[in-house]
Design a protein around this ligand. Structure first.
Ligand code: PSU
Ligand code: MN
Length: 308
């Protein structure tokens, strides 16, 4: 019978860091396969791993290849995730099916959190979370990122939720699901491509040590949900808000006209952004991911210093 040791494989550096209690940062792979175009996707994925290392933590990019869940990817495997056409978007419900069928998959925030938590990683960096879609009253389209965060003890550094979503409704759902939300250096909940979504958060922190202290307390209290560290771009780096609103309106209209549904909605809208802004959103997206990875690494370092 299969057990977890056959289904999950670690790179040597991730395995060593985990067994020695050194800082590790989980990274998702859907952003590589479905969120960014080629060839920038591989360049950004590599850049993100490099910055995590430069900050003193070990990057663990998570993806599935030939049915094996890899925690940490060699450069060859990272290139496969970026370039193969048969890499499917894997949420939590898909992990076991892709494993049993020996398939290839890129893990979402939900699936990455689930696997990372399973192997003892507690800090994760991404771009923007999934959440409640704007037309959710009719479509019921709500990301499994939400329900997974409600039951997975993971600290997730992000630039808020993707601005293609209903941010207010997503924040309400995060509250219902007991997900902690901290603004990093701000009380304004970031809007992914935009520095400020127009919504406030209850708690603001300004150092990695503060986040680590909250993580320790959550653990002590047995709180099993995620902690979101929302880290906004500086205003000078955000996408032009007027351009953003115009491209978003157009993208939502196209998605509905072409009847794009289910897990295709998010990749469709991100791709529309990248094309309609002639790459401007891509640069912003890259900047978001790199900054989040850097902060996540600093939090992981603070967390392991405290545990020692
Ligand atoms: N944020 C990005 N790019 C992405 C995603 C988020 O900047 O590609 C991905 C993440 O993997 C997230 C997923 O978990 O989109 C959410 O998809 P859905 O809305 O179908 O749950
Ligand atoms: Mn969806």
């Amino acid at each position: 019978m299969s057990d977890v040791t056959e289904l999950i494989r670690f790179t040597d550096d991730v395995a060593a860091a985990l067994s020695e209690g050194r800082p590790v940062v989980a990274l998702e792979s859907t952003i590589i396969s479905h969120g960014l175009p080629r060839p920038e996707n591989l360049r950004v994925a590599t850049e993100v791993e490099d910055i995590v290392r430069a900050c003193g933590a070990v990057p663990a990019t998570i993806a599935m290849l030939d049915g094996i869940v890899h925690v940490g990817l060699t450069s060859d495997l990272l290139a496969q995730v970026a370039n193969r056409d048969d890499v499917v978007k894997v949420s939590v419900r898909d992990i076991a099916t892709v494993a049993a069928r020996r398939g290839n998959g890129a893990t979402t925030v939900a699936a990455t959190s689930q696997i990372a938590s399973r192997v003892g990683i507690d800090v994760f960096a991404t771009g923007g979370l999934g959440g409640v879609h704007r037309e959710a009253r009719e479509s019921w389209d709500e990301s499994a990122d939400l329900t997974t965060m409600g039951m997975t003890p993971m600290t997730i550094v992000c630039a808020g939720v993707k601005s293609i979503l209903d941010v207010g409704a997503t924040l309400e759902r995060l509250e219902t699901l007991n997900v902690g939300v901290l603004g990093y250096g701000t009380n304004a909940f970031p809007g992914f491509y935009l520095s400020d979504s127009g919504h406030l958060v209850d708690w603001s922190v300004s150092t990695p040590q503060e986040v680590a202290a909250i993580m320790m307390a959550r653990r002590a209290f047995g709180i099993q949900s995620a902690l979101v560290v929302a880290y906004p771009l500086d205003e000078a780096e955000q996408l032009d808000p007027d351009l953003h609103d115009q491209v978003l309106r157009e993208g939502l209209r196209l998605a509905s006209a072409r009847n794009v549904i289910g897990k295709d909605v998010t990749p469709f809208l991100l791709d529309h952004f990248h094309r309609a802004t002639h790459g401007a959103s891509l640069l912003v997206n890259e900047r978001i991911i790199v900054r989040n990875a850097e902060l996540a690494a600093r939090i992981a370092v603070a967390r392991s210093a405290q545990a020692a």
